[in-house]
Design a protein around this ligand. Structure first.
Ligand code: SAM
Length: 260
């Protein structure tokens, strides 16, 4: 049986390709890619000449089966996408899953991904985050999706196209509130730019050109309404705290006032 290699490629700067990616691309029996012309440019730049085959969102299903059969009979296939990490908002998932289900070795060669690049440089909390990817293009579906994210407290990462960036920032502001955002444009390329601030303010500064990652701060947990202590009797205060701690008033009383 052959092996399926998942190979991350640069998102702009060709210097970001890894030594291991070059080594495996140079040895693969076949390279499956989204757009053969696009990948050919990358391979020519590095002097790699291997057979290419197209695997993209419109032929993913039948091509996954075809590639799987080749791997099963001993072909080593390297999977790349136009840029970044395959299967991250890109084709790959079907073939990878098929190989996993049939016990074929799958090896990932890590490297660039626009989401992680933007998140790591955003200055927003990154120990916990949600990768959302592209929001739906239809306005009602997009707003519904954003609405479902409203109560998340972790940082959120979106991909967006230039013709929709302004509208998406406005939808995010309207639904999530005027949160902090980092808009990363043209990462690792000549016109790389990070805009940081509140959604309302960044929206006015963004140039709708190039590729975008939008990193949005999570929601702050809402504080419960504070209690007016002067309006509470001791009994009511004990009950409120006991309810909150889900213990009985007697246990709470003992805990607070009983001598050891
Ligand atoms: N698999 C890729 C990855 O790992 O980053 C993502 C592929 S997805 C089809 C393409 C989207 O990624 C673009 O529309 C943009 O939102 C984002 N993207 C890719 N390269 C980028 C770059 N250099 N700067 C900013 N965003 C980028």
């Amino acid at each position: 049986m052959g092996t399926l290699f998942i190979i991350a490629t640069p998102i702009g700067n060709l210097g970001d390709i890894s030594a291991r990616a070059l080594e495996i691309l140079g040895q693969a029996d076949m390279i499956a890619c989204e757009d053969t012309r696009h990948t050919l440019k990358l391979l020519n730049y590095f002097g790699i000449h291997r057979p290419l085959t197209s695997y993209h969102e419109f032929n993913e299903e039948e091509k996954a089966a075809e590639l799987f059969r080749k791997i099963e009979t001993g072909t080593n296939v390297a999977l790349v996408s136009d840029a970044g990490t395959p299967a991250v908002s890109d084709p790959g998932y079907r073939l990878i899953r098929l190989c996993r289900q049939k016990g074929i070795t799958v090896v990932a060669i890590p490297g660039p991904s626009a989401a992680i690049t933007a998140l790591s440089a955003s200055g927003l909390p990154s120990n916990e985050f949600m990768f959302v990817g592209f929001l739906p293009s239809k306005k009602s579906a997009r707003r519904e999706k954003v609405n479902a994210l409203k109560n998340l407290s972790c940082t959120m990462v979106f991909y967006e196209a230039p013709h929709r960036i302004a509208e998406t920032l406005e939808d995010l502001r309207e639904i999530l509130g005027d949160r902090e955002v980092c808009v990363a444009r043209e990462l690792t390329k000549i016109h790389e730019e990070y805009l940081f601030g509140c959604l309302s303010e960044v929206k006015g500064r963004v140039k709708p050109l190039g590729e975008f990652v939008v990193v949005v701060a999570g929601g702050v947990e809402q504080m419960e309404e504070s209690v007016d202590l002067s309006a509470l009797s001791r009994k009511e205060a004990l009950k409120a705290i006991a309810d909150k701690l889900r213990i009985s008033r007697n246990d709470l009383y003992d805990l607070l006032f009983k001598k050891e």
